[in-house]
Design a binder for this molecule. Structure first.
Ligand code: 5GP
Length: 194
């Protein structure tokens, strides 16, 4: 069992509707040592790739994306969910429907922060149905940049996102993949990984 799987078992809480709450170390309070270990694991998995930028989506992807970018000495860009006066000019935008929150997120980044020579590692906290990841990939490709791969903290392997995005030909590396979780018994089964 790896460090993140252990942390999920000790601190994660299963909610009805196949939701895993990890507010105690990833989605609200941030455990910086776990974030540091996740960043190191992403870097190990994508070793040899010439990454020029990390892209994530606000808010929960930012902590792990930031530590990864810091270790690689590359900029970290996060897609925004709300249009504000702070972002002016042209944007690359995409829609991501969240089945978890039952809302559509119109996400965007300023076009000046992605260029065709960028090699982008996308990072996010959860992969469930894959809508957030697909929207981020779409944004990178609008810029003519290359998606090196996707680094995910927790993949819910029983939902379709992982198969969907891998099926499109993208490399997805998830530190913990949950194959089964049961609210009634509060049990979680992880997929074996090398
Ligand atoms: P997707 O677009 O892959 O369906 O969902 C990705 C997003 O939904 C994640 O960024 C995360 O915000 C949220 N999400 C999906 N499932 C869960 C879950 O079980 N727990 C938490 N905390 N967030 C989830």
């Amino acid at each position: 069992m790896n460090f993140l799987e252990s942390k999920i078992l000790s601190d994660g809480v299963l909610k009805e509707g196949n939701i895993l709450k990890v507010n105690g170390f990833l989605n609200h309070l941030i455990d910086v040592d776990i974030a540091d270990q996740m960043a190191a694991d992403f870097i190990r998995r994508f070793k040899g790739e010439h990454i020029t930028k990390i892209l994530t989506i606000e808010a929960s992807g930012i902590s792990i994306a930031m530590v990864t970018a810091f270790k690689l000495h590359v900029p970290m860009l996060f897609a925004k969910k709300t249009q504000s006066l702070n972002v002016d000019g042209e944007v690359y935008a995409a829609d991501a429907y969240s089945f978890t929150h039952k809302t559509n997120n119109h996400i965007f980044v300023s076009s000046k922060y992605l260029s065709p020579d960028d090699k982008v590692l996308i990072i996010d906290d959860f992969l469930a149905n894959g809508q957030a990841l697909k929207a981020l990939i779409n944004i990178v490709e609008q810029a003519g940049a290359k998606v090196v791969g996707c680094g995910i903290a927790i993949e819910k392997g029983f939902q379709e996102g992982g198969a969907l995005v891998r099926g499109l030909g993208y490399r997805v590396e998830s530190i913990a993949i949950i194959d089964e979780m049961d609210y009634a018994t509060q049990t979680i089964k992880f997929r074996e990984q090398n």
